[in-house]
Design a protein around this ligand. Structure first.
Ligand code: PEP
Ligand code: MN
Length: 374
């Protein structure tokens, strides 16, 4: 059961304490407060755990501060959509709103290799008016002999250059709890020149201790990459670990599934799940066409496989496109074959915008059809 509290309820509110006490007076029930910094206001929910079927809704509805009481049947208490009976969350971080309604391109380096390449990449983004990027400092690699990322050593120049180029969010993978503190210290040392969204890579999708660690801090939002070899439900449960630990500022990112059935693509593209995740959860949904396709092959129509699958995600309503670009892909230390050239970025973004516009027209047309049918 979820109690949706009225807007902007102060966390120390005496009535909230009485609501919690009443909830816990029922046998076997524990109650937990969830505060979500929504895109427009602070949302407070009280989640009741235990045998809630025996708990009546009426006593809670009497409270002035309770907006509504929602009986839930889904397993995803914190991130669940609950049939639209709870507020879709979304969030604003460092001036950028990420929700099921917004659309952003996070283009950048798979791995930070040197200052010059970061500077050139950020200059290309600035030219396009893009304020969101990706940059890997901690790289989980299949072989221990491959480049592992520069780690915390590159953070000072990365954040300084991000600030200089008006970058508001850098999506950056963490593979260990200690990386969170390293990033926060480097951000502070840069005078908070930019912001960071902590990326959980597909290989850590069920690293529950790491999920709890990114969930226990609320300063930085989280981009969760779907597990490459687990079910959608298992990946959603992983996000539930983050949210139930305290941080609901999560983007769910599809990145393809590991199976040879997707050959010749690196992974089997799973962007048909964009509307599914939007229906099941309140999370903004991203796609990563680069790690899905893994190569820059061009179809006979002149459009690359990466642009084609991006279009599939965008036409289905995704909220974020995470894409690898690099000034010199041939010399890149990680995933060069899938990186777009900086010169290819404007055309790629223009193509995305065509498809996003078509998606918005589809939404309007379908809404009109539904209204007409009623
Ligand atoms: C990445 O985005 O750099 C990455 C390693 O992706 P994934 O975890 O999806 O493989
Ligand atoms: Mn990569």
């Amino acid at each position: 059961m979820i109690l949706v509290m009225k807007a902007d309820l102060p966390s120390g509110s005496p009535e909230l304490k009485r609501v919690l006490a009443l909830a816990e007076s029922f046998p076997g029930i524990t109650a937990k407060t969830h505060t979500i910094q929504g895109a427009f206001r602070v949302l407070t929910e009280v989640h009741l755990h235990g045998p809630t079927a025996a708990v009546p809704t009426e006593p809670f509805e009497q409270f002035e501060s309770v907006e509504r009481v929602v009986r839930i049947t889904e397993r995803f208490r914190a991130i669940g959509h609950h049939g639209g009976k709870v507020d879709a969350s979304g969030f604003t971080y460092n001036g950028v709103t990420l929700s099921q309604q917004t659309f952003h391109v996070f283009a950048g380096l798979c791995a930070v290799d040197n200052r010059e390449n970061v500077a050139q990449t950020f200059a290309a983004l600035k030219k396009q008016g893009i304020v969101t990027t990706r940059a890997g400092a901690y790289k989980p690699r299949t072989s221990p002999y491959d480049f592992q990322g520069h780690g915390k050593e590159c953070l000072p120049y990365l954040f300084e250059l991000a600030g200089q180029h008006d970058i508001k969010i850098v999506s950056m993978e963490v593979t260990h709890e200690a990386h969170i503190d390293e990033i926060m210290s480097a951000l502070r040392a840069s005078g908070n020149a930019t912001g960071v969204m902590l990326q959980i890579g597909t290989r850590n999708a069920q690293n529950f201790e790491l999920l709890k660690a990114v969930g226990q801090q609320r300063e930085l939002p989280v981009l969760f990459k779907r597990g490459m070899g687990i079910t959608l439900e298992e990946s959603l449960n992983a996000c539930e670990y983050v949210a139930s630990s305290g941080n609901s500022q999560i983007v769910f990112c599809l990145r393809g599934m590991k199976t040879n059935l997707g050959d010749p693509h690196r992974n089997f593209v799973d962007f048909a799940h964009v509307p599914v995740v939007k229906r099941l959860t309140r999370l903004a949904v991203g796609i990563d066409p680069s790690h899905s396709v893994g190569r820059k092959t061009i179809a006979p129509d002149g459009i690359s496989d990466i642009a084609h699958v991006s279009a599939q995600g965008v036409i289905a309503g995704c909220n974020l496109v995470l894409v690898d670009i690099h000034p010199h892909p041939d010399a890149a230390l990680c995933d060069g074959p899938q990186a777009l050239l900086l010169d290819e970025l404007p055309g790629f973004v223009a193509d995305l915008n065509i498809v996003r516009e078509a998606y918005e027209k589809r939404v309007a047309a379908n809404r009109a059809n539904t209204v007409g049918a009623q």
